[in-house]
Design a binder for this molecule. Sequence first.
Ligand code: SIN
Length: 536
Amino acid sequence: MARQRRADLRTDVLVVGSGIAGLTAALRAGRKADVLLVTKTGLAEGSTRHAQGGIAGALEPADSPAAHARDTLAAGAGLGETEAVRVLCEEGPAAITDLIAHGVAFDRADDGSHALGLEGAHGRPRILHAGGDATGSAIENALVAAVRARATGESPRSLTVDEHTALVDLLIEDGRVVGAELLATGGRRLRVRAAATILATGGAGQLFSHTTNPAVATGDGIAAAWRGGAALEDLEFYQFHPTALAVPGSFLLSEAVRGEGALLRDEHGRRFLTGLDPRAELAPRDVVARAIAQVMAAQDGRPVFLDATGIGAGRLRERFPTIDAAVRAAGSDWSREPVPVTPAAHYWMGGVRADLEGRTSLPGLYAAGECARTGVHGANRLASNSLLEGAVFGARAGDAAAREAAHRAPVDTRPSSVIPRPDASPTEARPDGASPVRWTRSVLQELLWSHVGLLRTGEQLDAAAAQLAVWHGPDPATLTTVGELEDRNLLDLARLLTAHALARTTSVGAHHRLDDPSVAPDDRTPAPAPSQEALA
Ligand code: SIN
């Protein structure tokens, strides 16, 4: 196809999102196709740059992709898909080598080998990190630089970047995705036609009142894919990170801190994980988060404590410079006293169903990274597998989309129509005929946190579903701001998450139903809310 002419708003491959998956997909697709990459805010925003712990990979001779795969499947509570996990772990080292080629300087030990961290449910240290605890930022910066260089450099293929351009809906013709409708700066709507469209829009931590995710994490791609009729899967599995600092903003305290020896204690200073799992603080994330929630419930919602005092001030500063600064800015010296922590929404295991090339159930549509559900995580993601997923499956989706674009006739210029899913419009009138109820994002987030959170009951889920059914989103035809667009997506996704959680009546992995008869009575404590005191 000829070099892209911007006025035509046509491209071979449209990539939506600019975290590790989107940037990788754009670079890979850009080897063989013209690519337009759009992103809701700045190119470097998004969840990737907040990732701390690192990226898992079996790089050392003493490790193996098979061992990594075993740990991934075990953490996934029996629901991980073997083939997807095999691909993730076998292709992981090459994906990491690509990142190094893009300039990511992973930390090295004194002998020059990679310094490998340990995190929960890994059988051995295999987490590469950069800048101590600034791995996501190092990766994002390197990939952004590579994309900008490609966008401005000489190449037979064009890579164009449009920042501050948000996804509204997919364009669909004859059952095929042919691009997307977008919202640009100033409320301007535009349509981009593409032979293949890749969603890499991340998760939706903003569904909850406490999240480690940035403000942009509103699940835009998952919601648009659903409205377009794409199959979604595993939405009931939302991962709550066990240790966010119990202050407003829920700053992440990496699992790697526990990998360095930090302990979890209740408000009386007692460890509570030793009797629960032989791996104690390094048990899988769902186990640790649930244990914390139960202890917090027994403490009237007050947070537990992360005790890193045994690590030493020097090591804390050197290994975790970002966290060290944040904890100190919040007024604590964590080298001398345990700091209050609480679980917070962190990562969506479910999403748009995608095969190992990122193909979704809709022809022409691909998904990669957190917004995709490939089966690698099962019911609970293994720590530091998310950056790896973005790198491995972003590359695969980019390659596959470029191949598809090469084999398809250039997209035509017929005016296209946005075809919303027939049942996408939420019920806008209450059953009693009263007017739909107004809502705000923070009220929705509180509802999801208290009723569709870490520990759930059918009764809570029913109540949430009833409440969500009478709220109505902004009118898609008239919405002009990104905030309205996000609210519409969050409401759609809140309903979907709740419906999926209602449908799975037994507990597995990150989906814990207190009303599941197989759940031990000791595990049936109600979901806690962090005390206002802790979050004030
Ligand atoms: C962390 O550093 O604890 C987060 C890593 C991850 O989410 O995998």
